[in-house]
Design a protein around this ligand. Structure first.
Ligand code: ZN
Ligand code: ZN
Length: 303
């Protein structure tokens, strides 16, 4: 904790500037997501899948408690990264990190007891039997925000392990020392967003934050801006509902991509990952256009 008596730099002209980034609280993150997925399962056509993902999120929360503590990112490393406008977490160096291998092992072990759709069960068995180099291939893809379309199910487990490890790592960072590293790029780990949310909480009302698909850091982005190419021109919105939509597709005519945007004032319970799956109807709608999905969500590929 800083004992500084300097004037608070977050107060400019009496109006607090919104924090640039919020770091995840890993246990709370996965518990909240589990509850939201279970709630969405009650009314969704994807109920069995959502119930499985809820159980998986509960397992992720448990692993955050039971696994050995992660090696924190050092203050020196974070300072050096900030000077170079780089994210302090080097994602690709994690592919061969024994700590991440341990998370994947523990996740696969814990997941064997869960009820799941048959394709997920087959994929789990395959990941459990996979060689080290095959596991590295899965982790490399997830850490590059890429899932080959013919191999989605095994990547689901690799993604769940990466989420646990990266959320725990980013939780060791100092949020105040993070700097913008590019539009639509996570300032903690350099990853892509899953969705973005227009906040409702006091102090950050109407401010938009993008959520990292892998480490769950939330960072401030301008309200109307393409998170794929950074354009502020040619932005439009599409939604399944014609009025009062809580989830919209922010579309960019410059690069022909779209990313979901959530409006928390209309529903404060929206979870950046769970409700991305819960709003799959919007993906179906956008699938009929020539716009390409920009948000990364390994749980949603194939829909
Ligand atoms: Zn991140
Ligand atoms: Zn764009």
């Amino acid at each position: 904790m800083s004992q500084d008596v300097q004037p608070d730099p977050s107060m400019i002209g009496g109006v607090p500037t919104p924090p640039f980034a919020f770091l995840p609280d890993p246990v709370a993150l996965f518990q909240t997501r589990a509850k939201r997925l279970a709630f969405l399962a009650e009314t969704s056509e994807l109920a069995p899948y959502l119930r499985f993902l809820a159980d998986l999120a509960r397992l992720q929360a448990r692993l955050c408690v039971t696994l050995p503590a992660v090696q924190p990112v050092s203050a020196a490393r974070q300072k050096q990264a900030a000077q170079g406008e780089m994210p302090p977490i080097d994602r690709l160096s994690l592919v061969t990190d024994p700590a991440l291998a341990q998370v994947l092992d523990a996740l696969c072990e814990g997941a064997t007891d869960l009820e799941m759709p048959a394709p997920a069960r087959l994929a789990l068995d395959a990941v459990r039997a996979a060689s080290e180099s095959d596991r590295h291939w899965l982790l490399t893809n997830i850490l590059s925000d890429h899932v080959p379309e013919d191999s989605t199910a095994p990547h689901l487990f690799a993604a769940a392990a990466v989420q646990v490890h990266l959320a725990r790592l980013s939780a060791t960072l100092d949020a105040d020392a993070l700097v913008p590293v590019g539009t639509g790029v996570c300032p903690s780990c350099g990853g892509k967003p899953v969705t973005s949310s227009v906040m409702a909480r006091q102090g950050i009302e109407n401010i938009r934050y993008a959520t990292c698909a892998c480490c769950a850091t939330q960072w401030n982005e301008v309200r109307v801006k393409c998170l794929c190419c950074g354009s502020t021109k040619g932005i439009g919105y599409r939604s399944v509902e014609t009025t009062d939509a809580t989830v919209k597709a922010e579309i960019c005519r410059e690069c022909k991509s779209w990313v979901k945007i959530f409006y928390l004032a209309k529903n404060p319970s929206l979870d950046p990952v769970a409700d991305d799956i819960g709003s799959v109807g919007l993906d179906m709608l956008m699938g009929k256009t020539d716009y390409r999905r920009g948000g990364f969500n390994p749980y949603l590929i194939g829909y």
